[in-house]
Ligand binder design. Structure first.
Ligand SMILES: [Zn+2]
Length: 326
């Protein structure tokens, strides 16, 4: 069974009051490039429909499609001026109802006055996890204001998928908000936490948070990390470290971070040039990402692990961690 727990989409257009993409002037370079590519590929069509098509044509059995809640001020009120991308829960929930291989990844800002009600609501709509990007949404995961939110996550059996490391597409505030050490509070309160990207970095000049994630994952039974965007440069070292350590590998969960680029040729020294060319020719981006990780030695248990972590029908009340040996 292959679960991809980290798949992005865009809000439906025309944008209404509930969904938004920041105007061009506020978009950073990476977001602008991603949106340009999406416009070219979609030709005015729906991003969500395209994501569903790609999953249907891939060998990924279940893909978690992620909503993104707004940037909220300290008072918990959505701040449209500082929100770069808002993908509403209702749009993603509706998409996942239409496509049984898609799973609803909700996003709820913990400072919202109605955060707990919204958590209950998205759970009733079938949410299998909650996603945060702290530096994009203005969330300090170690702020005690999050405590009632954590209690409700535990009660609902919802894991938290929280971005760690440098955020290149949607960051508004300091990337320190994404530091894995800030997730300790949630772990101590019993939340199952999946640190997206395992705190890795993309460029040499950036400070990696990978070793902080390693410590956290080894210390806390319920701390995991996803392999989102591991097809990009500078992820080979962290991946080798994870695969070489049985205990760390038991904490890895597969996710592609679609539509993040996948660059098999970067990994040609490890998998051979011929194989790298073959992988680069795979048209389906989800299959390309998956095949590269398999070639690099990611075991089947990592692809299947989410089945034991997500809030899925049939195991809604389950509390047992999904750590199976690699
Ligand atoms: Zn992502």
């Amino acid at each position: 069974m292959i679960y991809d727990i980290h798949v992005h989409t865009l809000p439906e257009r025309p944008l209404d009051a509930a969904s938004s993409i920041a105007p061009l002037a506020r978009q950073g370079r990476v977001l602008r490039a991603l949106l340009r590519t999406a416009d070219r590929r979609l030709g005015g069509g729906s991003a969500a429909a395209w994501v569903a098509e790609q999953v249907a044509a891939s060998r990924v059995d279940r893909a978690v499609v992620l909503a993104i809640d707004s940037f909220c001020g300290a008072d918990g009120v959505a701040d449209r001026e500082r929100t770069l991308l808002h993908v509403p829960n209702d749009e993603v929930a509706a998409l996942c109802r239409r496509h049984p291989r898609l799973l609803f990844g909700a996003s709820v800002h913990p400072y919202r006055p109605d955060a707990l009600t919204e958590l209950d609501r998205v759970a009733a709509l079938g949410a299998c996890l909650v996603k945060w990007i702290p530096s994009a949404q203005n969330i300090a995961p170690d702020d005690e204001r999050c405590l009632p939110f954590y209690e409700r996550l535990v009660a609902l059996g919802l894991p938290l998928l929280s971005h760690t490391g440098i955020e290149h597409t949607l960051s508004v505030l300091s990337n320190d908000l994404n530091h894995p050490r800030r997730l300790r509070l949630a772990l101590e309160r019993g939340v199952t936490v999946i640190a997206a990207h395992c705190g890795t970095r993309l460029f040499l000049y950036e400070r990696s948070q990978f070793s902080a994630w390693q410590r956290l994952a080894l210390e806390h039974e319920r701390c995991y990390g996803d392999l989102g965007a591991f097809g990009l440069p500078l992820h080979g070292g962290p991946l080798r470290t994870i695969l070489a350590d049985r205990d760390l590998c038991a904490k890895a969960v597969y996710g592609s971070d679609f539509p993040a680029l996948v660059l098999p040729t970067w990994y040609a020294p490890a998998i051979g040039w011929q194989r790298a060319r073959l992988l680069s020719a795979i048209a389906n981006p989800l299959d390309r990402a998956c095949a590269l990780m398999q070639d690099l030695g990611v075991p089947a248990a990592v692809f299947a692990r989410a089945g034991g972590l997500l809030r899925l029908p049939g195991r809604l009340a389950a509390r047992e961690p999904g750590a199976t040996p690699c």
